[in-house]
Design a protein around this ligand. Structure first.
Ligand code: ZN
Length: 294
């Protein structure tokens, strides 16, 4: 595989997809990561019993070798391989470095917020490797095709289904899912009633939830108790906006659905209906519309 002239992480992932499409007609929903690694010059992927890192890449004489922490779940394992392939193929990552050791905190680094140019270079390469891996593992056209098959409405069960289809973690799929949604949506993961992660679509009303904050007591996530034989997934129910939002703002209705998972984990979907912004033009349009109806 020839990738030498491409510098940008996303473009690199797209180029790999293009070459796979040329060969197989479409990108397989579960990428053949081992062969792909080989095709770009990575000679081996090994599991190592360690707590020092999630993934590591060692480069010697132009070839790479990947080490993975033993015991990673399939979705995380794929993400980590994608991340290390990223360090290998993104040209400026290898300037002056022949060994990468990536901790769990590196795997979670995101671009969001702040001034990109002022981020330390070592953080920036971790963000880029993550962006590359996500783009590589879930190609947009294949995602859209699978998403359309599930219908237009949001349903929290889709996240597990799509995570399984692409063999990625539910958390990663949740991020892709809310951002691709037509609705204003957010996902909250929690463990034994405490927030682990908040994944809002950009523009979702501010939730003000931090890691370890308790899930609101009146939320469906707190009150829903699937009994023997019942589904562990609730319906999507309307809840009072103040259950989750300090300020109602332009939100006219809030909906919540919860998926109770193994070992005290839960995933919550929130959907906010928002009124259109009420600047003067909108008001005039609205008045005209109501005039016509009368
Ligand atoms: Zn890394």
């Amino acid at each position: 595989m020839e990738l030498a002239d491409i510098g940008q992480p996303m473009k690199l992932a797209l180029e790999i997809h293009r070459q796979l499409r040329a060969q197989f007609d479409q990108v397989p929903t579960q990428l053949p990561l081992a062969s792909l690694a080989k095709a770009v010059g990575i000679v081996g992927i090994k599991e190592i019993a360690t707590d020092d890192f999630e993934g590591t890449l060692v480069v010697q004489d132009g070839f790479g070798a990947i080490g993975l922490r033993k015991g990673l779940r399939s979705g995380r394992r794929n993400f980590t391989i994608g991340h290390e392939i990223g360090h290998f193929v993104i040209p400026n990552h290898r300037f002056g470095r022949d060994k990468f050791q990536c901790a769990i905190v590196d795997m979670g680094r995101e671009r969001s917020g702040g001034n990109w140019d002022s981020r330390p270079p070592l953080e920036r390469i971790e963000v880029e490797a993550n962006e590359f891996s996500a783009a590589l593992l879930v190609p947009v056209p294949e995602f859209q095709k699978e998403r359309r098959r599930l219908g237009t409405a949001c349903d929290i069960v889709h996240i597990r289904q799509l995570a399984e289809t692409f063999d990625v973690s539910q958390e990663m799929m949740a991020k892709i899912y809310v951002n691709a949604s037509d609705e204003s949506a957010a996902i909250i993961t929690s463990h034994r009633g405490l927030v682990r992660r908040v994944i809002p679509k950009s523009g979702f009303p501010y939730l003000g939830l931090r890691r370890d904050a308790p899930i609101p007591a009146t939320a469906l996530t707190s009150t829903f108790r699937p009994g023997g034989g019942q589904s562990s997934i609730s319906d999507l129910c309307e809840v009072a906006t103040h259950t989750w939002l300090d300020r109602k703002g332009s939100v006219s209705a809030l909906y919540e659905q919860v998926f109770v998972q193994e070992d005290g984990w839960a995933m919550t979907l929130l959907i906010a209906d928002e009124e259109d912004s009420d600047d003067e033009d909108d008001d005039r349009d609205w008045n005209r519309r109501s005039d016509r109806q009368m």
